[in-house]
Design a protein around this ligand. Structure first.
Ligand code: M6R
Length: 612
């Protein structure tokens, strides 16, 4: 949930750390700080609010030194104030710590440390780590690495941690459990970071730390051990991302850039996985045999937020094409109930980041119960991608805007590929059907390009209704999840209250909300429930609600009901959510811009939710 970075080398650590934090700010942005070790002491700079405040502070009060750690925070324990900002220090100021995750037994540890004479300065769980290391060093001698290992053995919960010590200016210590941490290998310099973009300008050679692994970095070496100090040999991976992809590329916001990348993302997700002529889909990376797929009786799709809504669309696709019963669960619910999961169940976890704590925990629970678990994931090498039995990468590239857009569309493509493949394996999708669907899939990028080429009607509607307090979103069938995703986009970046309903449910209560100030975004593209949707639209109009309709190009009927229409290109109903979500993303975007909210970093949110 927070971003951490550490640098040791010959350059000025503060500069490298600040540039890395800029790339990690999407993970949290309510306070930030750095600690640099130099001339036998640790110097800290911390500030409340966004990174820009820390940058100004560092301009005014620079810190020199070639080793240090930095942090950008999304508050869990303790308000987002300067004194709760990381890095935290021990009583003597010798040890400084940055941390991402939650120390679940911190209160017990804190009480014990206070009883032993330690004084705490913050309300965070993280500060116990600095004091624990200090206590361990006092008790068992001065080796920082050994003290860190002993300290972490006492800790329950999740951590990615970076540590420096005033007497060891040539070393950074790091460790990880259930929160991501990578090591970057440079020439005469090494790095730790929560995510790849932070260090991509400096190196592409990465080691992924695994559960309960500790790293000791100098500028020329990286040693990795387990918590008992046993040395480990780890593979070095080379990242192929283009750093330009992670920049705004001329768009005012990452979100808008990412919306515009969707046609290319679809091509990337499909790329190399289809053979239209022979009606074939290639998803060998999932490691599922035809026998396993044929034997499926229940599939669980488990995810959070936008990934959950992608899963909800996936349910329609899988049930229709593969004839298998699908349950869709929020990961945070799934993991705390007693789902009927066993060795005959397939669990599909979906996650852009591959680090979402609830999704990761759900995957672990499903595996413990013997289920086969496959992942639909964007970030390569992420925790989820490494723990699943098979992974289908969506190839959306780095998604920086906190509101997920291109990853959602790529997830839908992956789910459709999977559904066609399962349908073929189970004998329900014929070769001509598969050929038709593959062909239609390939037409989607152009259709989305057409939608993006003229967004006038979307902007006009946004201008007319940006001042509203509430919005309703209605959809039916496979586009009910589209309504939910549209409402989520509006909520998270414009802070307008938005609710999505299955349109047929309106008359069972929510219709009471409608009055002449209520915009009702109604997804009425061509489908087998089009007429039903028109009836629901009339119900809204009868109560003086404002209908904003999403309709298929050429639909003259809809203009009889409302002048606020966004037209989208025609496609088969099963693929329509992939096209329909795009104007809803743009509507939310333009409303948010009109209201002056921070589109890429909306309040209270973080891109990657690595705490439960
Ligand atoms: O990285 P994940 O896909 O696992 O993230 C899941 C949700 O946190 C994420 O989709 C969130 O809802 C986004 N802010 C939605 O735009």
């Amino acid at each position: 949930m927070c971003g951490i970075i550490g640098y040791i080398g010959e350059g000025q650590a503060a500069e490298v750390i600040l540039s890395g934090l800029r790339k990690l700010e999407y993970r949290g942005y309510d306070s930030a700080g750095v600690a640099i070790v130099n001339n036998g002491k640790i110097e800290r700079r911390r500030s409340e609010g966004k990174l820009i405040n820390l940058a100004k502070l560092l301009d005014a009060q620079p810190v020199a030194g070639c080793a240090g750690i930095g942090h950008t925070r999304w508050a869990t324990h303790g308000r987002p104030t300067e004194f709760n900002a990381h890095p935290h220090i021990d009583c003597t100021g010798a040890i400084s710590v940055v941390h991402n995750g939650i120390i679940e037994n911190y209160l017990k540890l804190k009480d014990e440390l206070i009883a032993g004479g330690h004084e705490f300065r913050s309300q965070t769980d993280t500060e116990v780590l600095a004091h624990l290391i200090e206590a361990e060093m006092k008790k068992n001698g001065g080796d920082v690495g050994a003290a860190l290992r002993r300290a972490l053995r006492r800790v329950e919960g999740a951590y990615a941690i970076g540590v420096i010590h005033k007497d060891h200016p040539d070393v950074i210590y790091a460790g990880r459990k259930s929160s991501p941490l990578i090591i970057g290998l440079g020439e005469g310099e090494n790095f730790i970071a929560s995510d790849v973009p932070a260090i991509l300008p400096y190196t592409r050679r990465i080691i992924y730390l695994e559960e309960e692994e500790i790293a000791v970095l100098t500028r020329d070496s990286v040693k990795i051990t387990d918590l008992d100090g046993n040395p480990l040999t780890k593979p070095v991976e080379v990242i192929e991302w283009n750093p330009v992809l992670a920049e705004k590329g001329g768009f005012p916001h990452f979100m808008l850039k990412e919306i515009h990348e969707q046609p290319q993302v679809i091509r990337n997700t499909i790329g190399g996985r289809t053979d239209e002529e022979n009606a074939k889909i290639y998803l060998e990376e999932l490691g599922l045999s035809i026998e396993e797929v044929k034997a499926l009786s229940t599939v669980y799709i488990v995810a959070c937020g936008t990934a959950y809504y992608a899963g909800a669309v996936g349910k329609y696709m899988l049930e229709k094409l593969a004839g298998v019963h699908v349950d869709v669960d929020f990961a945070s619910e799934f993991r705390y109930r007693d789902p009927m999961v066993n060795e005959n169940t397939l669990v599909i976890v979906i996650s852009q980041s591959g680090e979402t704590a609830d999704t990761l925990a759900a995957l672990r629970m499903a595996k413990e119960r013997g289920a086969k678990v496959i992942g639909i994931v964007n970030v390569k090498g992420s925790s989820i991608s490494r723990e699943v039995d098979g992974v289908l990468y969506i190839h959306a590239g780095p998604e920086i805007g906190v509101a997920s857009t291109k990853a959602y569309v790529a997830m839908l493509i992956a789910l459709l590929l999977l559904s066609i493949q399962f349908g073929r394996m189970r004998g329900l999708v014929t070769a001509p059907d598969a050929r038709r669907l593959i062909h239609l899939l390939k037409t989607l990028p152009q259709k989305i390009e057409d939608t993006l080429a003229d967004t006038t009607s979307i902007k006009d509607i946004a201008d007319r209704y940006s001042d509203r307090r509430d919005f309703l979103y209605l959809g039916r069938g496979i586009n009910f999840p589209t309504a939910m995703e549209g409402a989520l986009k509006l909520k998270e970046i414009s802070y307008i209250h938005a609710e999505a309903y299955a349109a047929g449910e309106m008359k069972h209560g929510p219709i009471a909300l409608i009055d002449r100030r209520m915009p009702v975004v109604s997804i009425a593209t061509q489908s087998h429930v089009y007429d039903k949707m028109l009836s629901n639209i009339q119900e809204v109009i009868a109560r003086e609600g404002i209908v904003i309709a999403l309709a298929t190009q050429g639909d003259a009927e809809i203009l009889k009901f409302t002048k606020d229409v966004i037209f989208v290109p025609d496609t088969e109903e099963l693929l329509s959510p992939i096209i329909n979500v795009v104007p809803l993303q743009l509507l939310a975007y333009h409303v948010a811009v009109n209201r002056g909210s921070d589109v890429d970093q909306p309040r209270n949110l973080a891109k990657s939710v690595t705490v439960e």
